[in-house]
Ligand binder design. Sequence first.
Ligand code: ACM
Length: 268
Amino acid sequence: MMFKVGFFQFRPIHKKIEENLLLIEKYKEHIKEADLIVLPELATTGYVFENKAELLPLSEEIPKGKQSAFFKDLAKSANTLIITGMAERKGNKLYNAQVAFYPDGRVKVYRKIHLFYKEKTIFDIAYNEPMVIHYKDVNIGLMVCFDWAFPEHARILMLKGAHILAHSSNLVLPGMGQAGMRVRSIENRVFSITSNRYGEENSVRFTGLSQIVGPDGKILESAGESDEVVKIVDIDPSLAENKKITPLNDIKEDRRILLYKNLCIDDH
Ligand code: ACM
């Protein structure tokens, strides 16, 4: 079965939600070419905030708010599963969320669990486990930006059956996240889609170079450092069900889990 997947790489304007939604809307003709489109982390608000109080008014309860209504409409009219980063408010808590809007109106929320640098001073700690969602017989693992640096995260997604890792990003460490996600694809033999923003906010520079990677680590499609672009590739998700890396090595069956017990020891 073929499945069209893509990313929209752009530069969200800081705090300008309406403008960002208008820009996304402008790309609807491209978005509707895909079954799945991934948008960057915090795609509607921008990324750099002094503190929680500054971002809280721009966040919303999902799926009640206006941004959710926009994405619900877009997913329905484009007939595309849209996965985007958003700031989620829940009571007085604030989460760095990744939200999947289905064409049929369903909404699924994953809250980023590995907060990067000063995000720790802005967002609340999330306790959801790495999460896989399902669409058209395809299993999609959810990841937000710095989650790439924790191989356990992608591993769990693969073990839960993910064919694709959908990675919404605001990557800042040059080259690292993109290289890391190629490795996550290779070691789990899954596709990955990194949708990264570009541009600069308050001297923080984002690295662009969004990419779609195959289960063998090949880059199937990518963007430049500062392109505003939708890129789409036709993939066969079932290729990610073959975990053989040589005829005698299967990355799932060859794991030596009894020797990995220390992974779950909390020593800090
Ligand atoms: C990041 O997690 N936004 C680098």
